[in-house]
Design a binder for this molecule. Structure first.
Ligand code: C2E
Ligand code: MG
Ligand code: MG
Ligand code: MG
Length: 283
């Protein structure tokens, strides 16, 4: 068989991608055993109450060989290998530890944790999670789990059953990246979620894109009709924030407020947070 040069190069490229995946998956397993993860927290601002009410936990990984790694690359690989549930366990432990520390500091701050499709479909993982949540010292009411539409769509019946169990255990659930999957607002009706998180692709240019404005406005309106609260991610400027406030959005998260921070950076930031920067919105 005679292959073209282009095809040969394509195959080499494919091998490289494959090798990278194997390497990252292997290094990730080392990190699970030996450490190397860090949990950052990005504050979420409650537009109605006018205060920072929560923070999203976002994982980072620094590997001695691969360098600084971002979750968009390694989380999908951890899902494929099945290691994701071990990572989620680590995230949960770390987040609960921080939440207790903030509490001790006098900050009433909740935490949002991302769950992957694999987490949601693994019954023994959900069993373990619920068992942990039963402990008295855990503030279930301050804990939110974020799930994506695609996590639910992979096996809706199974996912919904486990989400319902989490819901019944007293934690809140948010539909993350809303608008990027294939589910519709009407399907949300039957889902045990409290909050809808509008994907940043609709929010990043909200101030200048009329179509995004229409989409976001009607999403907020319909979510409210379904009894869900709405948070917008990816708020990068004051103009977008003001629009979201006018549209009745319940909460925001984004670089305009703060990038993801380490726990100690966040603690410092909270202490000096300039309320006035956002307060004029409420005039
Ligand atoms: P996500 O859950 O939708 O998280 C929001 C992402 O948007 C984060 O990226 C955050 O840093 C970024 N972001 C927030 N505000 C802005 C903004 O104003 N502008 C822009 N351009 N970006 C903003 P990050 O931390 O890189 O995480 C990417 C994705 O990786 C997350 O998307 C989530 O799906 C996944 N992920 C992160 N941490 C975890 C984790 O602990 N467990 C699981 N299962 N997935 C995680
Ligand atoms: Mg999220
Ligand atoms: Mg999101
Ligand atoms: Mg996202």
């Amino acid at each position: 068989r005679h292959h073209s040069l282009a095809f040969a190069l394509y195959e080499i490229g494919r091998d490289e991608v494959h090798l990278r995946k194997i390497t990252v998956t292997h290094r990730l397993q080392q990190a699970i055993l030996n450490g190397g993860f860090e949990l950052l927290f990005q504050p979420q601002y409650d537009l109605r109450a006018g205060r920072i009410h929560s923070a999203e936990a976002l994982i980072r990984w620094q590997d001695p060989e691969l360098g600084r790694m971002f979750p968009d690359e390694f989380i999908p690989l951890a899902e494929q290998s099945g290691d994701i549930t071990l990572i989620t366990d680590w995230v949960l432990n770390e987040a609960l530890r921080q939440m207790a520390a903030w509490q001790a500091d006098g900050h009433d701050l909740g935490v949002s944790i991302n769950l992957s499709a694999r987490d949601v479909l693994q019954d023994d993982f959900i069993d373990g999670l619920i068992a942990r949540l039963r402990h008295d010292d855990i503030r279930r009411d301050a804990l939110m789990f974020e799930i994506t539409e695609s996590a639910v769509m992979a096996d809706p019946e199974h996912a919904l059953r486990n989400l319902q169990r989490l819901y019944d255990a007293g934690v809140s659930l948010a539909m993350d990246d809303f608008g990027t999957g294939f589910s519709s607002l009407s399907q949300l009706k039957s889902m045990p979620v409290h909050e809808l998180k509008i994907d940043k692709s609709f929010v990043l240019r909200l101030d200048e894109d009329r179509d995004d404005q229409r989409i976001v406005r009607s999403t907020i309106e319909m979510a409210h009709h379904l009894g869900l609260s709405v948070i917008a991610e990816g708020v990068e400027n004051r103009a977008s924030l003001a629009l979201l406030y006018d549209m009745g959005c319940d909460a925001i998260q984004g670089y305009y407020l703060s990038k993801p921070k380490t726990a100690s950076e966040l603690r410092e930031w909270l202490a000096t947070f300039d309320q006035h920067r956002l307060e004029s919105l409420h005039a």
